[in-house]
Write a protein that binds this ligand. Sequence first.
Ligand code: IMP
Ligand code: MG
Length: 182
Amino acid sequence: MISAPGMEVLLSAAELQAKVRELAAQIDRDYAGKDLMLLCILRGGVIFLADLMRALTLRHTVEFMAVSSYGAGARESSGQVRITFDLASSITGRNVLVVEDIIDSGRTLASVLDLLRARQPRSLEVCVLLDKTERREVMIPIRYRGFSIPDRYVFGFGLDIDEYYRNLPHVAVWKEKPAGPA
Ligand code: IMP
Ligand code: MG
């Protein structure tokens, strides 16, 4: 397995898989008898989506969308999003469940939801694996939440550091330097 000095496991593969099964069971119950489209926001949501959809017993379709933030730094989002890869099919009249890796300020997802709402889905809900609750600037109704996590940069299980490490089976952080005299 990939590892590097200072890399620490925040959420183990077993914890993640247990949570995926728990979320899938809730989604199975809530959407029983209904049509469902999972909409994955690329690229971070892709591992979560792949595991979640296989844990669902419900019949559903999947779609993908990619967005990028205008004028954002590498690790901060501006909130102004531009669609770089749009859905291949219409969401009008569908029950759409957006599958996201992480919510930080909430700006990215807030804009994505505005764009999607304009297309008049029958329903629009959010399923997010990781929530940096204390960083929230824009309120977002989250129907399904995996874990609330502290304000630290995380990677693995779909999340990247400069596009690398998405393939880790766990969610990792870099070990914090011990506090001490400068
Ligand atoms: P927001 O618009 O501030 O909520 O930022 C959300 C996006 O920033 C996510 O979809 C991720 O792409 C990225 N992001 C935020 N925090 C992290 C992190 O800790 N690791 C990796 N990507 C992150
Ligand atoms: Mg994302």
